[in-house]
Design a protein around this ligand. Sequence first.
Ligand code: PHE
Length: 445
Amino acid sequence: MKIARFSRIGFILAAAGSAVGLGNIWKFPYITGEYGGGAFVLVYLLTVVLVGFSIMIAEMLIGYLGRRDTVSSFEELAPNYKDLWKLGGFQAMAGLSIMIFYSVVIGWIFNYIITSLEYLPSSVKEAETTFSLMLHTDFLTQLLYHTLAFVMITYVLTKGIKGGIERINLILMPSLMLILAGMFIYAVSLDSFSRAVEFMFAADWSKLNSEAFVTAVGHGFFTLSLGMGAIMTYAASMEKGSNIIKSAFWVVFLDTTIAIVAGLMLFTFLYQYGSGPAKGPGLVFISLPAAFYEMGVLGNFFAVLFFLALAFAGLTSAVSLVEPMVQYFIDRFSFSRAKASILMGLFFWFFGIFAILSNIDGAKEYLTWGEKSFFDWVDYVTAAIMLPMGGLIMSIFVGYVIEKNRVEAALKPFLKWAFEPWYFSLKYLIPIAMFVVMLNLMGLV
Ligand code: PHE
């Protein structure tokens, strides 16, 4: 059987498509608002540059050398204790788990594309009511659009690496960048742009508590798609002889730039037309539509474009969240691609229904534990715990388990003098940093 491989640009766009997602445009602005801006943004940027980039290289390397699904790649590359190390590949399960709420949010976005065509809320109060009616009472609308997301994502996966994944990324990623660039230029022309810049980059360290710190690190992993096998699985279909460093650089660069651009744009709109930076997941679904309303006719046009861009970002990421487990069933159990894609799709579709129910009045009481609903738990456990753990395992695996000469042979030609510093930080600095983050999460330090 001839194995489908990404073209070079196809790989970079697909990996960037995975990285650039709801994390950049929905999550990053609202957690930035929640933790007060500047200081939080700086910790996030430092994480991305110091930790994220290094782990991105390590994750791409495992896929590139392993050439198969995540479990087989770990197994193949470990010189001993293969049965133990292959467990590292089960980080792919995190992706399917994330899909449980990710698909629901993509559904909300679909809903907002349609309604923004002719309706925008005339005040934040009204916007809040609209959103909360959908979230807490409208089970059917959410189910309908969640199901639509499931159908689209599963369809792309059945078409495979070339005809499905590469293809939608080649179309959707440039479209997304074009839309954001256009809206960003408009934002720059507004008076409030400088206030947005100040909000995002003026650091007030007193606001940075340890929870903000852990959230920033967790988000660094989430937004770069690290620690759950997405990048690894894509890298298994890279062309031989590809420049891993260059690809990793582009992915990190595009992801970070798009998060900053989206953040600046949204905060400008919120200062100019709305109520200033808002907190919480409602930012793009509540404060933003109310700000679009103030723009007049242009507002509907912008709103539809914005939610389209958000849907594009979400869909290209969603596909990468499911593909690792699809690949796993194809490689290890000889499933056909269609069968694997549909089964994995049904998995997140089914549990997604409970994520919806966990916000619905009358049902949510049964699906809430402690302070968090099922929806929030899945978000928290995956982003804050599973992804950093995946990162820790990969840095140890590449730093200590794979023979150094294999790592060197694949990377030194591209990294040159930077190879040793990278290897050092992967071996010593990153594991310690990840360990501290995890202890902190468990409330131990
Ligand atoms: N990086 C994606 C985002 O920012 C989410 C994601 C996480 C995708 C992990 C794949 C793997 O939305």
